[in-house]
Unconditional design. Structure first.
Length: 529
């Protein structure tokens, strides 16, 4: 009895070793045998999924990656499904969330390992035989849904929709958000897998599921113009990337945007600055920078929105977007709700600081419980500050409160390369489609852009450049899409039903097989499964 746990461990280890080193004996050559090793196919699946996401953006590869995963799970015992799914997840996350290493290298490794394991755990929800395709759709949606809410308030990175918004499935966002796109993406991948096996009816059924979603999205509400338009100027001050607040002259960052604003033409309905480019020890309205901003608004004769970082005390600061009217009076403020873990607040700070003392924020950001609605001039604007653009519910909150335009002030200057910047533009496209609104993204060192309600990107700036981008006659829009009304709940319920249906079909198929063999019904899968 005392040796039973050791036997279980040995069995798991033996199965993993067999998965790694023993290719099928019937394959003719060493290359073919290598390619057919499960771990090789798992890595290939993860690479395809990663390559479908920005900054690479080869979105059709997501279908190939899902098809490979589906085939890896076919006939596999639970330990193999866990191991193979985890390896797919590790290969997906290690390259696509590399930018986290610039906040905390240990945190990046832990996050990649943990999120990869979640993919493996989701594969345990998938039966190995009949019903596998249905359950795989549901399981993938559920694991993405989990990551939008947990841990640390949600870390919705490397979602399939971030790549697919550049493909053909983007309209589904207005009825099902990112989870709806994920469901359709996995369905197409399962269809590819079925077609490879010449199961044409199954392939047509799963492809038909995605086509039906596209058809519904085509006729679903997408918002409508109010009849009003606005002239907007966004200001990108420029400067180097890969900088940290503790190593940066905050006055210089402010001055870059102040100087760039001299290029703003007359007659603007609003002038938009990025996130936290005004950094003061206390309330900005009482600081030198506050007086300079008042003078700027009066000189431009236009409402001005600026991103502020204000010291609250030695342990906390406030990240907000504040508004001045054309007379230089402070009129509105929105304090950020969704904070960046390890960037704006540090979970388990006493432990983490021991291994990353110089790379983490020294203070934690406060949080609010506001909707995100700002009034800029006389325009109601749904505002999602930086990290918040990765969360569909944050844009929904501001739009439901009356927002007729979306505004994403952000700051990606901490990160080198374009990992964060391209993923953020893709997320802005998703939020614009989900809400049926125009969106303006403004960053201090890029990317800044305008995004239409159909996800088209206009006037995207480069990184590091100083730029003032003006867009006239931007339509304000109202009306609610189905996603804005219902959020993610309908797709989550569908995911649970699909997993249940998958296991129901698997159990029914095993009972039929037992009956045909003349055996009593069995509740356990065949030994080789």
């Amino acid at each position: 009895m005392h040796d039973e746990p050791h036997h279980r461990v040995d069995a798991v280890v033996d199965e993993l070793v067999d998965d790694l080193v023993h290719p099928p004996d019937e394959l003719p050559g060493p290359i073919e045998r290598f390619v057919h090793r499960p771990w090789v196919r798992a890595v290939a699946a993860g690479i395809c999924l990663a390559a479908s996401l920005p900054p690479w953006g080869f979105w059709p590869l997501a279908f190939v990656g899902v098809a490979l995963l589906d085939r890896l799970l076919a006939g596999a015992a639970w330990r193999s499904r866990l191991w193979r799914g985890t390896l797919v997840g590790w290969t997906l996350f290690f390259p696509t969330i590399l930018w986290i290493s610039q906040l905390t290298a240990p945190g990046y490794v832990i996050a990649s390992l943990f999120f990869g394991f979640l993919i493996g755990a989701a594969c345990l929800l998938v039966p190995p035989h009949a019903g596998r395709g249905l359950a795989l759709i549901g399981a993938w949606v559920l694991v993405e849904s989990l990551r939008t809410a947990w841990p640390f308030g949600g870390v919705p990175l490397s979602l399939l929709a971030v790549g697919q918004v550049a493909g053909v499935l983007w309209p589904i966002a207005r009825i099902g958000g990112v989870l709806g796109i994920a469901a359709a993406t996995v369905a197409v991948g399962v269809a590819v897998s079925a077609a490879f096996d010449r199961h044409h009816t199954k392939a047509a059924a799963f492809a038909g599921f995605a086509i039906v979603l596209l058809g519904v999205a085509a006729v679903a509400p997408s918002g409508e113009p109010t009849g009003r338009t606005v002239d907007i100027a966004l200001v990108q001050g420029g400067g180097p990337q890969g900088t940290r607040a503790i190593d940066t002259d905050r006055r210089k960052v402010f001055e870059r945007h102040l100087d760039a604003s001299a290029e703003v033409p007359e007659g603007m309905d609003m002038v938009l600055w990025p996130e936290n480019v005004v950094d003061t020890d206390a309330d900005v309205q009482d600081a030198r920078e506050g007086r300079e901003l008042q003078a700027l608004a009066r000189r431009l004769d236009a409402p001005l929105s600026v991103g502020t970082v204000e010291g609250v005390d030695e342990e906390s600061f406030r990240n907000s977007q504040q508004v001045l009217d054309a007379d230089g009076e402070w009129t509105d403020r929105y304090v950020k709700v969704q904070r960046v873990p390890f960037g704006e607040w540090v979970p388990f700070r006493s432990w983490i600081e021991k291994v990353a003392p110089d790379t983490l924020a020294k203070r934690d950001a406060t949080i609010s419980h506001e909707s995100g609605l700002l009034t800029i001039g006389d325009v109601p604007v749904a505002t999602v500050i930086s990290w918040e653009v990765f969360f569909g519910h944050r844009a929904r909150s501001g739009v439901e409160a009356g927002g007729e335009l979306l505004y994403n002030p952000t700051n990606g200057s901490t990160y080198t390369g374009t990992f964060v910047q391209t993923q953020q533009v893709a997320s802005s496209r998703l939020r614009a489609i989900e809400s049926g609104r125009w969106l303006v993204q403004v960053a201090p060192t890029g990317f800044s852009a305008y995004v239409s309600p159909s996800g088209e990107v206009f006037q995207r700036t480069g990184t590091r450049e100083r730029a003032v981008e003006v867009r006239r006659d931007v339509p304000l829009r109202d009306g609610l899409t189905w996603y804005t009304r219902a959020g993610d709940l309908p797709v989550r319920v569908l995911a649970v039903l699909l997993v249940a249906a998958g296991w129901g079909l698997d159990r029914l198929a095993r009972r039929r097989a037992d009956a045909e063999a003349g055996d009593e019904p069995s509740l356990t899968p065949p030994a080789g499964a």
